[in-house]
Structures are given as C-alpha cells and as structure tokens.
Write a protein that binds this ligand. Structure first.
Ligand SMILES: Nc1ncnc2c1ncn2[C@@H]1O[C@H](COP(=O)(O)OP(=O)(O)OP(=O)(O)O)[C@@H](O)[C@H]1O
Ligand SMILES: O=C(O)[C@H](O)COP(=O)(O)O
Length: 403
C-alpha cells in the first residue's frame, strides 16, 4: 500500500484530497458522546492541510436509508473536527450536489471541508456495481487524490471505500496504516491462550465471524446482544432479548464444532433483564433484576451479563496471552446495564495479556466508563473491520488501496 508519506513527498499543495474517514461517532441528539474516531483521523488531516492540500473529508454516520435524514447529519462531527483542529471547517449540506461542489471549490490551500453523510445517497451502499460506480464518479469529480483513513469501514464494499480509490491516485492514511500494523501481529504471531470476547448489537453481521474464530481462538466469551441467539440454540427461552432467529441452526453448529475443535465457548450463566429497553436519553433508573440465563422470563429482555458471568469471564481472561474484545457486554450507555462491560474492561486491564479493544462503541465504552486508554495494548476504531481482518479476509477498503 502506498502511504500518505509518499503522497506528501510527491507534493499535495493546491490539490483536492478526499479523505475517507470514519466519523461514525455516538450521538445523543446532536451531542457527540465520544469523539475518539474524530481524534483518530486528525494526524492525516493535519498533515495534508499542513502541506497545503485542500482537504475534503467524507464519512458515513449511522445507517440512514439512502436518503437525507437530519438525525444522521455529520454537522456535529464537522464542528467537532474544527474545534480539534483549531481551524474553520466548512460543511457541505449535501454529499455530491450543489453545496458540495461550491464548498470544495471555495477551499483555499490548507483548508478543510466535511461533506454531508455519504449514506444519504443510495449509491454509497448499493449492491449494484453500476449504481455504486455512478456515485463514486460523482465523488471523484470533487477530488484529485484519495486517502483511505476510515479503518472502521474498510470491511464494507461501499462506493467511497471500494470504488472511489480505483478512480483516483490513492494512499492509506496514518490511522489505517497504524491499525493494520497492530492487527497484523494478531494474525501472525499470537501469544496463547488467545481469548476473544464478543458482544454488541450487530448480531447478524458478526455471528459469521465466529465460524472462522473457531479455528483461531482458544476461548470465545459471548455476551451482549450476541448471547441470546446462543442461549436459544442451547434450547433456552430468551424472553424479548435481541435474537437472530434465522441464525439459530448455524449457532447450534458452532456450539458443536467448538466442542470438537477444543475451543472453549463460554456463554452467560446469568443476565440482567428488564421489562423494557431503558431510556438512554434521561438515563432514568430502570426496573431490572438478575436472572439465570436458562430462566429468562417471557416478558423480560436481557440487557447485561450478570454478576456470576462477570466473575466467570474475568477468570477466563486472567491467564490469557492475548485478548481481543469487540462489542459491549450490555447496554453500557445506561448505568443500570454498564456493570458487565465495566467488569470485562477491568479484567483486560488486570491481565498481563496483550489486549486489543475494537469497535466504535466498545472504544467509547472504555473511555466513558473512565478507563485509561493506555492501560490497553491497542484500542482499534474498527469493530466489524478488525474482526474481519482477524478472520484473514481480504477487506475491500484495504484491497482498493493496494497498487
Ligand atoms: N443485550 C443487549 N441488548 C441490546 N443491545 C445491546 C446489548 N448488549 C450491548 N448492546 C448494545 O450494543 C451496542 C454496540 O454494538 P456494536 O456491535 O455496534 O459494537 P461496536 O463496538 O460499536 O462495534 P462496531 O464498530 O463494529 O460497530 C451498544 O450500543 C450497546 O448498547
Ligand atoms: O461502527 C462501525 O463499525 C463502522 O463505522 C461501520 O459502520 P456499519 O457497520 O454501519 O457499516
């Protein structure tokens, strides 16, 4: 992969450089609750702007449905980028339309602009090559060079990630280079026992990863929204918890294969359950209680791992050589359901293993729960992206940056 340093050495002054970042930050209304992903792209943006480039930052935020939706505007992220840079950052109210064209043509050397959410355009995530290509053509008309630095999205075959770099001279940004350097170590030379902790809410996306982890990890600790499809596959009822019903047969097969492969697949023995999902805005105390994982009442939703599970998981982390953790163990955004995530973060901090935390919300959880980032080996901005990298898959956004 060509690096941004090579691009800088060739000279970028006066050139329009589109930086594909991952500014998919957690929001409470328009307030950013964790700006880690914006900070992560600063070295690339600063280096380009400092060298006189006209920097055009593009990103997705959330999963809008291919049309503008104010709830998913990147305006707050653009404002925060400006604060962190200590400079004015222009904001285009569309992605490739009139506002984008005017904003980009108004940039002077060293200026920075942010385009509105890429996913307000159906072409960004389309499965149709021609539709994605047409959107990539529109993006390409706004830039002379492309820098891929949205590590969190490199596993997506999306227009701005995969098709656009084929249309412009391109390089990898500092964040992508740094993430790949650390994660490569986990694929080449991993200190065992290798423990993977998997939680979060993107259950359908991430269940497939388990298939390949069964051939790589020594232990898999399952929590978060991911756990209930496993509990169901074991024959337990899961009440109103997050469940990927269509994946139950596949998960049953994972459970069998883990046994055959000698992989320890550990599931919650108790969960914190509630009659309804808590209000994350007010964070008002929510009715909740701990129940055994094989006795979740029909009208209760599992929202965190329980105290016995926390202890069990901590004991399975204590002797690890390497720990990779993606996905909060519970709805950590609410104090009543943050205990499981806090205890796993603490177990990583207490262990002597090389620890990697990956994912937008996982990294945000570690910081918002007050942990020192330096207590972990590496905090990756990508959850799905780092998991798929560890699977050994060719990631579209990395392949596209190769020459
Ligand atoms: N039991 C649960 N039920 C519902 N949601 C849950 C549960 N446990 C965790 N979550 C939610 O999972 C979300 C994070 O999941 P996600 O898979 O997006 O992780 P991530 O670290 O952001 O990874 P990525 O970067 O791939 O998105 C959090 O918002 C949290 O509230
Ligand atoms: O949060 C993430 O994992 C990345 O920003 C990718 O988002 P996505 O899962 O919606 O593609």
């Amino acid at each position: 992969m060509k690096t941004i340093d090579e691009l800088l050495a060739e000279g970028v002054s006066g050139k329009r450089v589109l930086v594909r970042a991952d500014l998919n930050v957690p929001l409470d209304g328009t307030t950013i609750t964790d700006d880690g992903r914006i900070r992560a792209v600063l070295p690339t943006v600063k280096a380009l702007a400092g060298a006189g480039a006209r920097v055009v930052v593009a990103s997705h935020l959330g999963r809008p449905k291919g049309a503008p939706d104010p709830a998913f505007s990147l305006a707050p992220a653009a404002a925060r980028l400006g604060e962190l840079l200590g400079a004015d950052v222009a904001f285009a109210t569309d992605t490739v339309g009139e506002s984008a064209r005017a904003t980009v043509s108004g940039l002077g050397d060293g200026d920075v602009a942010v385009l509105e959410n890429l996913r307000f355009n159906a072409g960004e995530t389309s499965k149709d090559d021609a539709e994605r290509g047409a959107f990539a053509d529109q993006l390409a008309s706004l830039a002379d060079l492309y820098v891929g630095d949205g590590f969190g999205a490199v596993h997506r075959k999306h227009a701005s990630v995969y098709d656009l770099p084929a249309r412009l001279p391109h390089a990898a940004g500092y964040l992508v280079a740094a993430e790949v350097a650390v994660l490569r170590k986990l694929t080449e030379d991993v200190k065992r026992p290798y423990v993977v902790v998997l939680g979060g809410a993107k259950v359908s996306d991430k269940l497939a990863v388990i298939d390949s982890l069964l051939g790589k990890a020594d232990r898999l600790l399952i929590g978060g929204g991911m756990a209930y499809t496993f509990l169901k596959a074991q024959g337990h009822e899961v009440g109103t918890s997050l469940l990927q019903e269509d994946q139950v047969p596949a998960v049953r097969e994972y459970l069998e294969r883990a046994g055959k492969n000698g992989v320890e697949l550990v599931l919650p023995v108790d969960v914190v359950a509630a009659p309804e999902f808590p209000d994350l805005k007010t964070k008002a105390p929510a009715e909740h209680g701990t129940v055994d994982a094989d006795a979740i009442p029909a009208d209760r939703e599992g929202l965190d791992i329980g105290p016995k599970t926390r202890e069990l998981y901590a004991s399975r982390i204590a002797d690890a050589g390497t720990v990779f953790w993606n996905g909060p163990l519970g709805v950590f955004e609410h104090p009543d359901f943050a205990g499981g995530t806090r205890s796993i973060a603490q177990a990583l901090v207490d262990s002597t293993a090389f620890t990697v935390v990956g994912g937008g919300d996982s990294a945000a959880a570690v910081r918002t729960l007050g942990f020192d980032e330096n207590a972990f080996g590496h905090i990756s901005t990508g959850g799905g992206a780092s998991l798929e990298y560890l699977e050994g898959k060719t990631l579209p956004g990395l392949a596209a940056l190769e020459d």
